[in-house]
Design a protein around this ligand. Structure first.
Ligand SMILES: Cc1cc2nc3c(=O)[nH]c(=O)nc-3n(C[C@H](O)[C@H](O)[C@H](O)COP(=O)(O)OP(=O)(O)OC[C@H]3O[C@@H](n4cnc5c(N)ncnc54)[C@H](O)[C@@H]3O)c2cc1C
Length: 462
């Protein structure tokens, strides 16, 4: 290789792997870093310990895609460097701080692809911190990676396609699923018919899953509100309202989530410009159709740039890789790049449809009881946030953080940040974009203090 440093790719999920492939194809040797022990990202996550489950049992209809992605990444061995179980915790001065093997290493890079994916989005509800309550993604990880269920009689509640998918996966794994409680009214689902023209296979798969849940006797309820998870030491049941009826079910596990939230902290640390995305109700790093951000040499791909799903992530990863190649003056397959952009635009229109079918229950923030815990790291309730906002007269999220400590704990606002913004917006009568964006701070995830304080070992892999 020339004297230039390696391109660095963060994330070995669908987006990161396809970006790596595009770079290797042009003779580059990227360094791929992922905090997970094996490649695949969220959807194609591999089990931690080998067991007897088949690929179809693990990934359902997506098994061929999962196998292909794992296989393609394995085929790149020797042509790239891959650091699993390695956390990129800071970006500064054009270098990346990576916690790996018990030490922090500082890596210089030439071209950075952020393919960091997403995490579950939650709005706190009473009882959400009880043992036995998991996010939908967490419930799926337990099943997929560890082969265990979050309870023996489980209720799934929230919004988004993952709600039905995870319920179906639990049912298929032989767990008793007591109910699926959807926060959207049934009428919202008619929007899915508009998605038939865009992604017929996805819509039909969703319809099949819903029909199988019904056939197995799983109660599907729509338009649920005032959800309360009950129990003393751990989950014992769940209560909610439907129209004017009070409903209740006994259960020992709850999976809860309101769709996904892009992981954008690294783009923030890299200095990328952000814009508010009304569909995702989130501030997202700006990028063009190829994934180029406002910072030259920094690219975004996959759910970390805005939620679009695994197929889009593969395409966006490849597109970002081609953009990096073009910016380096290497061959960059312009026809393929244009075809990818057309596919991504179609998937984007499909995403609009999904948002109408699975809307975010924004009014829940206004209705949140004062005693509901919002920030579990710092133990701050909705009432304390409201009082802090009123006392200090603030309607800005970073100021709220300073006066209330919301978002200062271990999660650094990754879990509570969007809930706090929704709450502040509801409290001050402003739109959620008007309360601003929580600024990211390093380390973006917990690392030992000794690592953060140690003088980094600088290295520039070439
Ligand atoms: C918990 C969860 C479960 C999901 N399940 C499904 C599903 O069953 N079906 C479906 O269609 N979609 C599912 N989705 C959505 C789907 O996973 C995504 O659309 C798709 O995986 C996006 O691919 P990606 O490459 O952008 O990100 P991901 O697949 O999320 O990959 C991102 C990778 O980046 C790594 N990473 C992130 N930050 C860092 C860092 N700082 N340092 C090092 N590594 C880092 C992560 O470990 C991860 O492996 C799920 C999403 C989540 C969050």
């Amino acid at each position: 290789m020339s004297g230039r440093a390696q391109p660095l790719i963060i994330g070995a999920g669908p987006a990161g792997i396809r970006a790596a492939e595009a770079l290797v194809e042009a003779g580059l040797r990227p360094l791929v870093v992922d905090e997970a022990p094996a490649c695949g990202g969220q959807i194609y996550r591999q089990r931690l310990v080998p067991d007897e489950r088949s690929s179809v049992a693990l990934y359902g209809s997506e098994a061929p895609k999962a196998e292909r992605l794992h296989r393609d990444f394995a085929a790149l061995a020797g042509k790239l460097d891959y650091w699993p179980q390695a956390l990129l915790w800071n970006l500064r001065d054009g270098k990346a701080d990576i916690a790996v093997g018990g030490a922090s290493r500082q890596v210089a890079y030439d071209g950075l692809v952020l393919a960091t994916g997403a995490t579950d989005r939650v709005l706190p509800i009473p009882g959400w911190t009880l043992p036995g309550v998991f996010t939908l993604g967490g419930a799926q990880i337990a099943l997929k990676a560890q082969g265990c269920a979050i309870g023996s009689r489980v209720v799934f509640v929230g919004s988004g396609p993952l709600l039905y998918l995870v319920a179906w996966q639990y049912m298929k794994a032989g767990v008793s699923v007591a109910a699926v409680l959807d926060t959207a009214p049934f009428s919202a689902k008619f929007n899915l018919l508009r998605g038939l023209a865009l992604e017929p296979a996805v819509i039909l798969r969703g319809m099949r899953m819903t029909a199988e849940l019904r056939l197995k006797g799983v109660a599907l309820r729509y338009g649920v509100r005032d959800v309360r998870i009950e129990g003393e030491e751990r989950v014992g049941g769940i209560a909610w309202r439907e129209d004017i009826r009070e409903m209740h079910l006994a259960c020992d596990g709850v999976g809860y989530g309101l769709a996904l939230r892009p992981e954008t902290q690294l783009a923030d640390l890299a200095g990328c410009r952000f814009r508010f995305d009304a569909r995702d109700r989130a501030w997202l790093p700006e990028c063009d159709a190829a994934g180029r951000t406002s910072v030259p040499g920094v690219y975004l791909a996959g759910d970390g740039a805005g939620i679009a799903g695994a197929d889009a992530a593969e395409l966006a990863g490849e597109r970002a890789g081609l953009a990096l190649r073009q910016d380096r003056g290497l061959p960059h397959a312009p026809e393929r790049a244009a075809a990818i952009e057309r596919s991504l635009a179609r998937i984007g229109r499909f995403r609009d449809v999904l948002e109408l079918a699975f809307p975010f229950p924004a009014h829940w923030a206004r209705d949140m009881a004062d005693e509901t815990l919002v920030c579990r790291c710092e133990e701050i309730s909705a009432g304390e946030i409201r009082r802090a906002a009123a006392h200090f007269g603030t309607g800005e999220i970073n100021r709220l953080k300073a006066v209330s400590r919301i978002g200062m704990g271990r999660c650094q606002g990754r879990i509570c940040g969007s809930a706090a913004a929704e709450l502040l917006a509801a409290e001050t009568g402003r739109s959620v974009d008007a309360v601003g964006r929580l600024r990211s701070q390093a380390p973006i995830k917990p690392i030992p203090l000794t690592m953060a304080l140690a003088q980094p070992q600088a290295e520039a892999a070439e």
